[in-house]
Design a protein around this ligand. Structure first.
Ligand SMILES: Nc1ncnc2c1ncn2[C@@H]1O[C@H](COP(=O)(O)OP(=O)(O)OP(=O)(O)O)[C@@H](O)[C@H]1O
Length: 256
């Protein structure tokens, strides 16, 4: 790889508990700027749980507890003074099922920018909305119907709208939790293309069940198994010559 290796997020010794059940065990992993990092592994291995620690979405789950250290540009995101609303704007998230607000396409994108004070006038807000929708590859499809409801769009368009919503607040990192699992192959291909286009502007981490997708969209892959990070590294290398037996078993379809 030719890109310089700069970590945007550094996670060290992270463990996550749901009550007495430990879902993540002592995971250390960096999310690099300018790269897409894919999290793969069998169902229940903790991919989504680990992803959620990166913008404190686990805070919203009763009984969830995180140990260890996670730094965003060197700042401890679990420090008591951390503004979680601000954190989640800097580290945006796109979920498995597209979840637009039951509001207009325009409002879906404008809402966050308005509450974060990113636009001082209607013109400035219009510009933020247009730019976010353009970056999310949706502008041409919706520019003549910005007042229509976001929920009336197709599934793939809704997911791009959710990506536009995340982009509108000027994030540094975008977390995607199986963003294509509810989409058909064409909508999936469009999102994968978009991930390519967004790389370089944002650090991206994506959870995927689909190893082909991980191979297509990511430069770094992290393989999780039973709450542990078994191995991570260059995507091509991990898929062609994994270091660990458990990784090899997974990518050759022996379990999962
Ligand atoms: N909200 C929750 N409350 C309690 N336990 C949970 C919760 N979310 C996940 N878990 C448990 O934590 C473990 C890891 O789950 P997680 O969803 O992170 O795995 P995953 O690898 O993302 O799985 P999948 O690929 O099926 O989505 C599992 O044992 C799961 O049952």
């Amino acid at each position: 790889m030719t890109l310089p290796n700069r970590s945007k997020i550094e996670a060290k010794g992270v463990s996550v508990f749901y009550g007495d059940n430990q879902a993540i065990r002592d995971v250390s992993l960096n999310i690099d700027q300018d790269r897409v990092t894919a999290f793969i592994g069998p169902s229940g291995c903790g991919k989504s749980t680990f992803l959620r620690t990166l913008n404190r979405m686990n805070d919203t789950i009763a009984g969830a507890r995180v140990e260890g250290e996670i730094r965003l540009d060197g700042d401890d995101i679990y420090a008591s003074g951390m503004d979680v609303v601000e954190l989640r704007a800097r580290v945006g998230m796109v979920f498995q099922k597209p979840n637009p607000f039951p509001k207009s396409i325009y409002e879906n994108v404008a809402y966050g920018a308005r509450i974060h004070g990113l636009a001082r006038s209607r013109e400035a807000l219009d510009a933020v909305v247009e730019q976010a929708l353009t970056r999310a590859g949706l502008w041409n499809e919706v520019k003549d119907r910005l007042k229509d409801s976001g929920t009336a769009l197709s599934g793939g368009q809704q997911q791009r709208l959710c990506i536009a919503r995340a982009i509108a607040v000027d994030p540094e990192v975008i977390l995607m939790d199986e963003p294509c699992s509810a989409l058909d192959p064409i909508a999936t291909a469009r999102i994968e293309e978009l991930i390519h286009e967004l790389r370089g502007r944002y650090a991206i981490a994506i959870v995927t069940h689909n190893m082909q997708q991980a191979a297509r969209v990511s430069q770094v892959t992290a393989f999780f198994h039973m709450g542990q990070l078994v191995e991570h590294g260059d995507t091509a290398q991990l898929f062609t010559s994994p270091r660990e037996e458990r990784t090899k078993d997974y990518i050759t379809g022996r379990y999962g």
